[in-house]
Design a protein around this ligand. Structure first.
Ligand SMILES: C[S@@+](CC[C@H](N)C(=O)[O-])C[C@H]1O[C@@H](n2cnc3c(N)ncnc32)[C@H](O)[C@@H]1O
Length: 342
């Protein structure tokens, strides 16, 4: 669909899906008309995948015209949220810097501000590349995506009250038993304000969401009409977090690399207007299933459950240290350059 004028592919009460190049869709938009661009662009993988990844070296160059349009169409108090997975350099156990370079380019050349960096931890991510992680054991699992929250001014509209979390058990105990005001060794003054029960906790910039969709209405719809589901979907809770925190009902949300239109589905449900664009027609055919006449009830996200399973625990790194059985194997002298004998 690149090179052809965009076509209105589907519309709902609040949103529109366009088939075509999002650069064309954005160029036709009024300036300062979008409250939030929420997107997950093709990652600069070093291997071409079937959804059009740019080669790493060309990535920044390719992104430039999108950056210009994002800046133009965003309202002054709007936000640009970009979810990006990291990448390994081909054949080497070292990481590409492309997502950091993109962030610096957007801030230093296009005038965006980094409102905050987030890390989306996907506890269900597989340990890859197997060669470095499972076979030679010289790297650990890459479990997070970076999510850059950028803004045109240092003061984008935002409220963390929209994304509060239940208190942890230890915080609940603290609230019950009270907290003794004191000066921490760091010099921070922990006043008695910390023992006020505000009903919920302010979350950190680490968002834990497993990407494990296996029996959703969207997947069943794709199966029913005989198409492949989009291979790189983000979980709905990711765009939902930012749509809630950064927009009000009635605001316009845009996803220029929409894939299966998860962002559109979330925006529709939350009463925001929305525009989704993708160049690949079968992805959008599948996306239509998200906006049926009688949409299936949205399954309650695990995080709204009251049980302990709604928390993802990260073990303290020292849990297995200093045990008698913990004999240190010598480090590989060659840094893992060669596979060791099994
Ligand atoms: C990582 S995927 C997005 C997946 C989406 N977040 C979801 O959950 O389904 C990136 C998408 O960008 C689309 N894309 C790449 N270049 C594009 C362009 N110039 N205009 C519109 N879409 C584009 C690809 O077809 C792909 O579906």
């Amino acid at each position: 669909m690149l090179g052809q004028p965009p076509e209105l592919f589907h519309r709902t009460a609040l949103g529109r899906i366009y088939l075509g190049d999002s650069l064309d869709v954005m160029s036709a938009r009024k300036s300062a008309s979008v409250a939030l661009v929420m997107t997950s662009p093709p990652f600069a993988l070093t291997r071409k995948k079937d959804y059009g990844n740019e080669q790493e070296d060309d990535y920044l160059q390719w992104f430039r015209s999108f950056a210009e349009q994002f800046r133009r169409i965003l309202k002054d108090d709007g936000s640009l949220v970009i979810d990006l997975g990291g990448a390994w350099k081909p054949g080497m156990p070292v990481r590409s810097l492309y997502h950091f370079k993109l962030l610096i380019m957007l801030c230093e050349e296009y005038g965006f501000h980094l409102a905050q960096e987030f890390y989306w931890w996907n506890p269900s991510k597989l340990p890859t590349p197997a060669e470095w992680v499972n076979v030679r054991r010289i790297r650990v699992k890459d479990g997070v995506n970076t999510v850059w929250w950028l803004s045109k001014t240092p003061w984008p509209r935002a409220s963390n009250r929209r994304v509060l979390q239940p208190y942890s058990d230890s915080m609940k105990t603290l609230l019950r038993n009270g907290y003794k005001p004191m000066l921490r060794p760091s010099g921070h003054d922990i006043s008695d304000k910390f023992s006020i029960d505000n009903g919920a906790a302010i979350p950190p910039n680490l968002i834990a969401i497993p990407n494990t969709e296996s029996n959703s209405g969207y997947l069943r719809y794709c199966k029913r009409i005989g198409i492949k589901a989009h291979p790189a979907r983000f979980p709905a809770a990711l765009p939902e977090y930012f749509v809630r925190m950064l927009t009000d009902a009635g605001d316009l949300v845009m996803d220029p690399f929409a894939g299966s239109c998860v962002t559109g589905e979330v925006a529709e449900r939350l009463g925001r207007e929305w525009v989704c664009v993708d160049t690949v027609e079968p992805y959008l055919r599948g996306a239509k299933g998200r906006f049926g006449e009688t949409p299936e009830e949205v399954p309650k996200s695990k995080s709204s459950r009251k049980d302990a399973g709604a928390y993802y625990r990260i073990p303290h790194p020292g849990l297995l240290w200093n045990r008698r059985s913990d004999k240190e194997e010598p480090l590989p002298k060659d840094g893992g350059r060669h596979r060791s004998a099994p």
